[in-house]
Ligand binder design. Structure first.
Ligand SMILES: COc1ccc(C[C@H]2SC(=S)NC2=O)c(OC)c1
Ligand SMILES: [Zn+2]
Length: 261
């Protein structure tokens, strides 16, 4: 029937040649955040974000998403506080999105998908010598997740959208030397936090997730600009870069904490 072919299609989805779950995984991402099951933690601190816009380096299409990468050789762009024991350095940010507005985010809230989700990736440079090593450690990474919803045009995002045609194909890159990603964060400080993983291979269980409660608004043209990117290199048969999100993973023995009541 339709359901099993859906499951088969889902399992064979081009993005997932690797196993959909990893053996022994107990803290995989993404997950559904059931609002009423999240537990308010009064000891959670406010998240402090200080990014230096001149640490921005370039935008590149890596064949799975488009990443904006930062110079992480110093502590000029960091986050601290929230659920974090140390300060974490900004390494890159990227997005996940759908072919249509009904889905696209990796996390869901009360089983609702958003059309897209921003991930700001940071690593624990206090305890680990490199990003590559931090990726392998339980407290190595901190990723801020921000939901995107359809609404007003986002002026800060537009500078990024204007650059996307230059990275249409896989393995293309352009210089992008001043950008402050804090313009992509909602003003509301509220967040959920839980222990999770990378959402693409190597799927390592090294991420402290900080998911903002409030989405940011972007307009249809801005979402369409994401959808005109390609998974494929120049000269290959074109495959539109859409639906680059991992299926939901089991919560298992985890509690999602909230910074708000
Ligand atoms: C080898 O280390 C990696 C590999 C892939 C990603 C990107 C994945 S993980 C995530 S969160 N969203 C994504 O699309 C990394 O990001 C931290 C780190
Ligand atoms: Zn991501």
């Amino acid at each position: 029937g339709a359901c099993c072919s859906y499951r088969l299609r889902d399992a064979l989805h081009p993005l997932w040649q690797s196993p959909l779950t990893i053996p022994g995984g107990t803290r995989q991402s993404p997950i559904n955040i059931q609002w009423r099951d999240s537990v308010y933690d009064p000891f959670l601190k406010p998240l402090k974000i200080s990014y230096d816009p001149t640490t921005c380096l370039h935008i590149w299409n890596n064949g799975y998403s488009f990443l904006v990468e930062f110079d992480d050789s110093t502590d000029r762009s960091i986050i601290v506080g929230g659920p974090l024991e140390n300060q974490y350095r900004l390494k890159q940010f990227h997005f996940h999105w759908g072919a249509i507005n009904d889905w696209g985010s990796e996390h869901t809230v009360d089983s609702k998908f958003y059309p897209a989700e921003l991930h700001l990736v940071h690593w624990n440079a206090v305890e680990y010598p490199s990003f590559e090593e931090a990726v392998m450690e339980g407290n190595g990474l901190a990723v801020i997740g921000v939901f995107l919803k359809l609404g007003a045009r986002h002026e800060g995002l537009q500078t990024l959208v204007d650059a996307l045609p230059a990275v249409k194909h896989k393995d293309t890159v352009i210089e992008f030397d001043v950008f402050d990603p804090s313009c992509l964060l909602p003003s509301c400080p509220d967040y959920w936090t839980y222990a999770g993983s990378l959402t693409t291979p190597p799927l390592t269980e090294s991420v402290t997730w900080i998911i903002k409660k409030k989405p940011i608004e972007v307009d249809e043209d801005q979402l369409e600009a994401f959808r005109m990117l390609l998974f494929t290199s120049d000269g290959e048969e074109e495959k539109r870069m859409v639906d680059n999100f991992r299926p939901l993973q089991p919560l298992m023995d985890r509690t999602v904490r909230s910074s708000f009541q």
